[in-house]
Design a protein around this ligand. Structure first.
Ligand SMILES: CC(C)(COP(=O)(O)OP(=O)(O)OC[C@H]1O[C@@H](n2cnc3c(N)ncnc32)[C@H](O)[C@@H]1O)[C@@H](O)C(=O)NCCC(=O)NCCS
Ligand SMILES: Nc1ncnc2c1ncn2[C@@H]1O[C@H](COP(=O)(O)OP(=O)(O)OP(=O)(O)O)[C@@H](O)[C@H]1O
Length: 202
């Protein structure tokens, strides 16, 4: 049976990973585009050499791994550089996602991606779940997690689809503006729905 794929998306800091983690504990197989983006730049992969050649050796750590903070600073202040990186990595990320999803044998599987709607990744999915938060909370959570300062998070948000567009394209929405217990209860509700849609027992 062709696997039925749920696309799970939301902007930076919306709570995609927290939502995904709960689907995982419910036993749903899941591939995360941010994780795939890490696999394709491991030290033995050709993409890393191309990145070092293009951006210079200061985007590499002394141990040979990608210096992610250095590259992040470069690409979110220069749209041309970001597009160069995306042209290199997105086809490789897509390949990793596809080979993972092809192996799924469960009633449904999940593709988690911040850029599901911005790229053609959404074409691999049958239904779209958006994790939504007001932008002020998104900023606060993304900064709190200590990944970036306010200016950088704002720059990243600007490159992503706007909240309205995401909501317009969503089949299901979870408003993640309460605590984690609420998020988990919403995920459980949707998990029952997806199993029912797939003809399984809720
Ligand atoms: C620039 C990199 C090295 C920064 O790594 P870092 O570990 O700091 O962040 P991480 O990869 O966990 O991403 C965190 C968040 O940043 C946002 N983000 C990452 N890349 C992009 C992008 N190209 N456009 C918009 N937002 C992005 C997403 O919301 C993502 O969830 C990394 O994000 C990267 O390689 N990006 C290019 C590949 C890509 O587009 N990945 C997104 C999934 S397809
Ligand atoms: N309902 C919630 N209550 C409190 N904290 C939350 C809630 N949901 C998520 N968080 C926290 O907010 C931060 C961002 O959440 P998460 O990492 O899941 O976002 P994300 O959408 O995966 O972000 P990114 O696109 O950067 O990967 C994390 O520190 C997470 O623990």
């Amino acid at each position: 049976m062709k696997p039925w794929i749920l696309g799970l998306t939301g902007g930076i800091g919306s709570g995609k990973s927290a939502a995904a983690q709960h689907f995982r504990t419910l036993g749903v197989p899941l591939v995360d585009a941010d994780e795939a983006a890490r696999w394709v730049v491991e030290p033995d992969r050709p993409a890393l050499a191309k990145i070092a050649e293009h951006f210079g050796a200061d985007v590499l750590q002394p141990d040979g791994y990608l210096d992610r903070a250095a590259l992040r600073a470069r690409i979110f202040q220069n749209a041309e550089e970001r597009r160069w990186l995306e042209r290199l990595l997105h086809p490789l990320i897509r390949q990793e996602i596809r080979s993972y999803l092809e192996r799924a044998t469960s009633p449904y599987a999940i593709l988690v991606s911040p850029l599901l709607l911005e790229t053609d990744q959404h074409r691999m999915t049958q239904r779209i779940l958006v994790i939504d938060v007001p932008e002020s909370l998104q900023l606060e959570r993304a900064m709190q997690r200590d990944r970036a300062d306010r200016k950088q998070v704002e720059a990243i948000i600007k490159t992503q689809a706007g909240r309205e567009e995401r909501l317009r394209r969503a089949d299901d929405v979870v408003m993640n503006d309460r605590d984690l217990a609420w998020l988990h209860s919403e995920i459980e509700r949707l998990h029952r729905l997806y199993l029912t849609l797939r003809g399984g027992q809720p």
